[in-house]
Ligand binder design. Structure first.
Ligand code: HEM
Length: 322
């Protein structure tokens, strides 16, 4: 899809468009209910860019970046009067067989770099600065796996928007002018049953995903009664316009613990687009024909945030420190 009036979008969006990295950390925290915790968090958010510089400058080729997303409850505390139009807590989704839970989270830090030691160092100093003002509720260290494949063995991220389509799909525009340049972020931590998946013949795995496994070619399943993941996650309005999102999923795992996962992260201009994707995946289209990817992948978290522009983040932080 193409956006409109992009000349009015501020150019200081957080690094939503950073290229897929080799390493990432997904850190979700809640913020203490007292005023001191809020003020501490605000001051760290206000200095986030400097912290990225402090660690990132030590190796510029490491391309360190960090996006901070703010959950609905914390947003209300930081800025009671104004909030992004669609921002609300993740709505749990209940399907006939599988459900997506909603789990707590006031702040998301999506830390990316070409070196895992840079992500580690940044996270270490960030948490040190936040101190007792936050509680870590989820922490996942992801890695890039061969041809950007997930642990199910499929190339993941192909259909992501590029060029001008990227901001048009991922960044809020004139429809909510006060928050233009920001982005809604939805995360879900999935764990896979890799043994069950390995028992599926490759052609059935391909039917479930909607792409061939080795060479990543799309499979047309328009006339099939059971749609693939790719087709269920394709959203169109009544006029036939397609609505994309920007994904930066990462595999993670601990083979010794038999833990194999995909951390789903989607950036979107319109929160309803991801909500609709989830509805189609879990409830199914037609209802009942849910996404069979879910027979092998279970979500353990589900949280929604808004990643404001750098300027907005600074203003939020300044306001809450007064
Ligand atoms: C496409 C994997 C969860 C949205 C794909 C593809 C793979 C994949 C392999 C095909 C290649 C590509 O275009 O990237 C996974 C895995 C998941 C997961 C392993 C978790 C276990 C989700 C969730 C959403 C989503 C929760 C949205 C709420 C999409 C979209 C596409 C896609 C929008 C592109 C569809 C198109 O072709 O236009 N996913 N996915 N995925 N997925 Fe997922």
């Amino acid at each position: 899809m193409s956006g409109k009036n992009w000349d009015r979008v501020p150019i200081d969006a957080q690094s939503v468009d950073a290229p897929l990295s080799l390493a990432a950390v997904f850190l979700v925290v809640t913020v203490g209910s007292d005023k001191a915790a809020l003020s501490k968090v605000a001051s760290v958010l206000g200095a986030l860019d400097d912290l990225v510089k402090n660690v990132g400058f030590r190796d510029l080729s490491g391309r360190l970046s960090c996006i901070a997303g703010v959950g609905a409850d914390l947003w209300a505390r930081l800025s009671p009067d104004r909030r992004p139009r669609e921002l609300k807590a993740f709505a749990p989704v209940k399907g006939p067989v599988h459900s997506a839970p909603s789990t707590p989270g006031d702040l998301l830090f999506h830390i990316r770099a070409e070196r895992s030691d840079m992500c580690f160092e940044f996270e270490r100093i960030l948490l040190d600065s936040l101190g007792g003002s936050v509680t870590v509720v989820d922490e996942v260290t992801g890695f890039r796996y061969f041809d950007a494949r997930d642990l199910l063995g499929f190339v993941d991220g192909t259909a992501n928007p590029t060029g001008l389509d990227l901001p048009a799909s991922a960044l809020v525009g004139d429809e909510d002018a006060d928050f233009a340049g920001g982005s809604y972020v939805v995360v879900q931590k999935y764990l896979h049953d890799l043994n069950a998946w390995a028992e599926m013949p490759t052609h059935l795995q391909e039917e479930i995903i909607g792409r061939t496994k080795i060479d990543n070619i799309e499979i047309d399943d328009d006339d099939k009664p059971r749609k693939s993941h790719k087709s269920l996650a394709t959203i169109e309005d009544d006029a036939g316009n397609e609505y994309d999102i920007l994904r930066d999923n990462m595999p993670f795992g601990r083979p010794g613990q038999k833990e194999f996962g995909t951390y789903f992260i989607g950036y979107t201009r319109y929160l309803w687009v991801i909500e609709k994707m989830l509805l189609r995946m879990y409830v199914g289209e037609p209802p009942g024909a849910y996404d069979r990817l879910l027979d092998f992948s279970t979500p353990h978290t589900g949280t929604t945030f808004f990643a404001p522009t750098r300027l907005m983040l600074q203003k939020l932080a300044d306001g809450a420190q007064e």
